[in-house]
Design a protein. Structure first.
Length: 502
């Protein structure tokens, strides 16, 4: 699987503002331990692997709430303190491309969530131990341990790790749920260690071949309610259908998808980081390592805790794209997938000639895959409460001219499938795009308004996810409802060439 994701230049300061501002030191373990390093040459002198112990560590918490555990124990999470632990490593090899990296921890907590590991801005060469004042800004999410069991070792595979000019690397460890995750400190025989393999003095080895089709993608939007605040039914909500994010995430875990596409409005009522860790994290966050998100309008709502998507970008890190853009693309099993940012006012517009539209056109021209799927939050066509939205016409024009097959959206809290159509909403079975609105992730369900042309099937009474099987040159779909629900939708489609230009 190859991926193309940007990390914006302003991302680090934005993350730091969301996660690190206002923190005070509550525990400091600085053993001055440079660790043992055993370089190992693999092949013709191009790959070097080292396992090093933590050089220094610090656990911090907003407002100084909470205390460190016994015997130098480190911790992350906690509803009161929300500890964040920073681990500093000094990898001794010279500069080289990181091929793989794994963080090793001995945990002392059983949790359904786990440890989220984020990178930080590369530090300058220094032997000074970490302090609250020297904690570097966060840069990107790198990996997730998944559920943990007390007294067991956890190995977290890190993606996209970057070391400093002399190998100084700092990792931030957070909890993916409200529960505390505790692990051994650096004075313990089972102290955190980092294994890094780098390509030095030669070309980087070719990446592993992409996963062979078929490949399963699961998608839905409008997902997690405010923690502890179930949304009551009202005139614009289907009675009794609210807060099903745990059910849909359980469904996802049972499906074992290869990738998960959250279609925006991932956390309500705004995307404050604390809400992500309390609600989204323990549910859909359990599939963090295979998640490729798209932002929604609720992520950009302002509050005391969330401004312009700060919580969303802090939580998802590099998986969300550049913090000042929020769009990216990647390839899976021969398909080209494109995540777009439909919050147009926040990113300079979505119309023809906008920065995002120009990027989309260039990306499509550079990736002439046989099969293409794009997804964003607000739909161009919908029979739901919000109806059609011409704001996204330019996206549709570019995708249609490039021969794209599928568009996925959320926003309207229902499920709707359209027949293949062109940007003018005319049926086009030969070259049209098939659109799915999948606003069934858990927040609530809402009534339909006016049925639009080419709408083939609709449901607004059941939560569930769309399961897509991507084959070489074709696809199948299934809407799978949560346990106890009855609505389903299945079908197949084929990939096609772009329409002829006259």
């Amino acid at each position: 699987m190859s991926q193309v994701r940007g990390v914006g230049r302003r991302a680090t300061s934005r993350y730091r503002g969301a996660l690190v501002a206002g923190i005070v030191l509550t525990a400091l373990v600085a053993a001055g331990c440079s660790g043992s390093s055993v370089p190992r040459v693999i092949g013709p002198g191009t790959l070097v692997t080292s396992t090093v112990a933590t050089h220094s560590a610090v656990s911090v918490s907003p407002g100084g709430v909470g205390r460190p555990g016994p015997a130098g124990e480190l911790r992350s999470g906690g509803k009161a303190g929300r500890f964040v632990t920073y681990l500093q490593f000094q990898v001794p090899e010279p500069v080289g491309s990181v091929v793989s990296a794994t963080l090793h921890l001995m945990v002392e907590s059983t949790t359904k969530g786990g440890v989220l590991v984020a990178g930080t801005q590369p530090a300058a060469s220094t032997d000074a131990p970490l302090t609250a004042a020297s904690v570097p800004p966060l840069a990107a999410a790198l990996g997730d341990s998944g559920p943990t069991v007390k007294g067991t070792a956890v190995n977290v595979s890190l993606r996209g790790l970057v070391t400093g000019s002399t190998g100084v690397t700092t990792l931030a460890l957070m909890s993916t749920s409200g529960a505390v995750v505790a692990y051994h400190g650096i004075s313990s025989p089972a102290a955190p260690q980092l294994t890094v393999t780098r390509s030095v003095g030669g070309p980087t080895p070719a990446p592993a071949a992409a996963t062979s089709p078929p490949l399963h993608i699961a998608a839905a939007g409008d997902i997690a309610c405010d923690a502890g605040k179930p949304k009551p039914a009202g005139p614009d909500v289907v009675p009794g259908i609210a807060c099903g994010q745990q059910q849909t995430s359980d469904l996802l875990l049972g499906l074992h998808p290869d990738a998960v596409l959250p279609l925006g409005d991932t956390q309500y009522s705004n995307g404050a980081l604390a809400k992500y860790t309390a609600a989204y994290g323990p549910s859909w966050g359990r599939l963090f390592t295979i998640t490729h998100p798209a932002t929604g309008n609720h992520e950009y709502l302002n509050s005391a805790q969330s401004t312009a998507g700060a919580g969303y970008f802090a939580y998802f890190g590099a998986a969300a794209g550049s913090v000042d853009q929020g769009w990216y693309s990647f390839d899976l099993a021969g398909w080209h997938l494109i995540s777009l940012n439909a919050q147009c006012a926040a990113v300079g517009g979505c119309g023809t000639g906008s920065a995002q539209e120009r990027w989309l056109a260039a990306d499509l021209a550079a990736h002439k895959n046989k099969c293409t799927l794009a997804y964003w939050h607000q739909p161009r066509f919908s029979s739901g409460q919000h109806g059609d939205d011409p704001l996204y016409s330019a996206f549709w024009n570019d995708l249609y001219q490039a021969g794209a097959e599928i568009v996925l959206n959320g926003h309207d809290h229902d499920y709707e499938r359209f027949a293949p159509q062109n940007p003018a909403a005319q049926a086009d079975p030969a070259h049209g795009i098939r659109e799915f609105v999948v606003g069934t992730g858990g927040e609530d369900q809402r009534p339909f308004k006016t049925v639009q042309p080419n709408s083939e099937i609709r449901s607004n009474h059941f939560f569930g996810v769309l399961d897509l099987t991507l084959n070489a040159g074709s696809y199948t779909w299934r809407f799978i409802p949560v346990a106890g629900a009855t609505f389903t939708d299945t079908g197949t489609g084929t990939c096609h060439d772009a329409p002829a230009h006259h």
